[in-house]
Design a protein around this ligand. Structure first.
Ligand SMILES: [Zn+2]
Length: 225
């Protein structure tokens, strides 16, 4: 754990922190086309490290081997990636479909969210739920990821996110399609802002063309071209 280093790519979007191969997709303010055109449902995305090596191993131990006490140190690492001046009113995990949660016995994002909330001293909210049992995102292309993620979340009735600055927690961020779909639902429920925090980020540095399909709605392709 002591050997783990924060992930600092050379080129990344100042808002969603997507790492890029070069500076081509970024404008003078450092924003990628999706953030520039308001196609991301979240205000920012922060992660502690790259999803590889020791960090990947720790996340796997929590997720697949059920080493639940790892949620605390992983949450503490994630919190270190947050800018100190950001303030949140509530923390909420990316939910898991009840069927997967039942077979795994827990939702790792929920365990991490609880620890993040404790560290930040804010409440945990159950803001959304998964309505579809979707295939693992890892097996899908970027545009298939977005289609897969869209419509698979629903706001939990009675969850009070109105006017709140919400911190959305997941274990790993890959393209941001899942977090984006979940954030969009929280926004529609009235949240003032949604910021994504994950322990790790897949270090898949992408080029401009690969941004296609990552934004919200059909027009995102046109906006990126
Ligand atoms: Zn961006």
């Amino acid at each position: 754990m002591a050997s783990l280093e924060p992930f600092v790519p050379e080129y990344w979007c100042a808002s969603c922190r997507t790492p890029f191969l070069n500076s081509a997709p970024l404008d003078s303010a450092g924003l990628c086309p999706l953030c520039r055109d308001g196609l991301r449902a979240f205000e920012g995305a922060y992660s502690f490290g790259a999803y590889e090596g020791g960090l990947r191993r720790l996340i796997h131990m929590l997720k697949y081997e059920g080493v639940r006490p790892l949620a605390r140190p992983l949450a503490e690492m994630a919190v270190r990636a947050l800018p100190k001046d950001l303030v949140f009113d509530a923390v909420t995990p990316v939910p898991m479909h009840w069927r997967r949660r039942w077979s795994r016995g827990f939702n790792q994002s929920e365990l991490i969210a609880r620890e993040v909330a404790r560290t930040l001293r804010v409440p945990v909210l159950k803001a959304t739920k998964r309505t579809r049992f979707t295939p693992p995102q890892a097996e899908l292309t970027i545009s298939a990821r977005r289609r897969n993620a869209e419509g698979s979340f629903r706001a939990v009735r009675g969850a009070v996110v109105k006017e709140k600055r919400v911190l959305l927690i997941d274990d790993v961020l890959t393209t941001g399609a899942t977090a984006g779909a979940c954030a969009a639902v929280i926004k529609r429920a009235g949240a003032r802002s949604v910021t994504v925090l994950t322990v790790a980020r897949a270090d898949r540095r992408i080029g401009l063309a690969m941004l296609r399909g990552l934004g919200r709605g059909k027009n995102s392709v046109g906006a990126v071209q």
